[in-house]
Design a protein around this ligand. Structure first.
Ligand SMILES: C[C@H](O)[C@H](O)[C@H]1CNc2nc(N)[nH]c(=O)c2N1
Ligand SMILES: N[C@@H](Cc1ccccc1)C(=O)O
Ligand SMILES: [Fe+2]
Length: 310
């Protein structure tokens, strides 16, 4: 664990309350409403080690046991390969340095310690520099199956396995560079593209019997036991049923979303190569197309103003 790990970026242990998300209808986390995040970021000690409590390690262990069983047969092979390479501990929250060693060796990426949701500017800066933001708090036992803010289990278990895949990592870095150069308004559209792929993307994967099975690659689905099953339409009507549309970049750019609910709609790639191919296109031209056509009608109720939870 290199001691400077947490200090390569201006230390952000003060809770950053990002400006309210510009996404229309996105009721982002309480932090964005200036109420400060409900979670307390954990800071490393002088040796760069973050000390978690027994209960926090136990939460990680429960999540690992639950998700390691659930992801079998539900995630794409690139994710599974990344998860094997990361060889995450089951009984304790890993230190960021342990994750960095594998990411650096596979795609040259590393993590960056952040308090919780961070503003777009900071987010794009990090991605452009091949650093992935990792909030260092973990969800409470009451929110095990779904929580409204990205915690360390979401960032590490949800996102880091895919970041060991070169094509996916390249798309993410390209996306970060675009975001850096984009205007405020363009960034709001770019955020939707990220949301519909890196966060909540799915793909069709050819199976040995020739069939095409629906598989997960989006970190926001994979880190939530509830959303993992809901996204694959395994929960029947109890929580409503998701819709699956073939991925189209302009459609994704036009689709409003909320960060605090199970997603009503998932875009499905034909293959992960679609992202690699997209990284080579003029994405900003697609953003301008989406702006010209305008937003799609939201498939969710707007978050009622006063509520702080969905
Ligand atoms: C587009 C994206 O999902 C979201 O808006 C950004 C902003 N801030 C973030 N902050 C953190 N910690 N993690 C994230 O994934 C993001 N994503
Ligand atoms: N809902 C995800 C966490 C998350 C929240 C908000 C944005 C992205 C991810 C989970 O439960 O693991
Ligand atoms: Fe995420």
């Amino acid at each position: 664990m290199n001691a400077s790990q947490g200090r390569q970026w201006p230390d952000t242990h003060t809770v950053v309350t990002p400006s309210p998300s510009p996404h229309s209808h996105v009721a982002s986390s309480p932090s964005a409403q200036g109420k400060g995040t409900r979670y307390i970021a954990r800071e490393p000690d002088a040796n760069g080690i973050i000390h978690y409590s027994t209960e926090e390690h136990a939460t990680w262990q429960t999540l690992m046991e639950r998700q390691m069983a659930l992801v079998e047969g539900r995630v794409c092979r690139e994710y599974r390969q990344g998860l094997e390479r990361l060889a995450l501990p089951h009984d304790r929250i890993p230190q960021l340095g342990e994750i960095d060693r594998v990411l650096k060796a596979t795609t040259g990426w590393q993590t960056a310690r952040v308090p919780a949701l961070i503003p777009f500017t900071r987010f794009f800066e990090l991605l452009a520099a091949k650093r992935f933001p990792v909030a260092t708090f973990i969800r409470s036992p009451q929110e095990l199956d779904y929580l409204q803010e990205p915690d360390i289990f979401h960032e590490i278990f949800g996102h880091c396995p895919m970041l060991t895949n070169p094509a996916f990592a390249e798309f993410t870095a390209t996306y970060g560079r675009l975001g850096l150069a984009a205007s405020k308004e363009e960034r709001v559209y770019l955020a939707r593209l990220y949301w519909m792929t890196v966060e909540f993307g799915m793909l069709r994967e050819r199976q040995s019997d020739g069939s095409n099975a629906l598989r997960l690659y989006g970190g926001g689905i994979i880190s939530s036991p509830r959303e993992t099953r809901y996204a694959l339409d395994e929960l029947g009507d109890t929580l409503g049923r998701p819709e699956h549309l073939d991925f189209d970049p302009v459609e994704a750019l036009r689709t409003p979303y909320r960060i605090d609910i199970l997603q009503p709609l998932y875009y499905v790639l034909k293959s992960l190569d679609d992202l690699h191919e997209l990284a080579g296109r003029d994405i900003m031209a697609l953003v301008h197309d989406a702006m010209r056509i305008g937003l799609k009608t939201p498939r969710f109720a707007p978050k009622d103003a006063g509520a702080t939870s969905a």
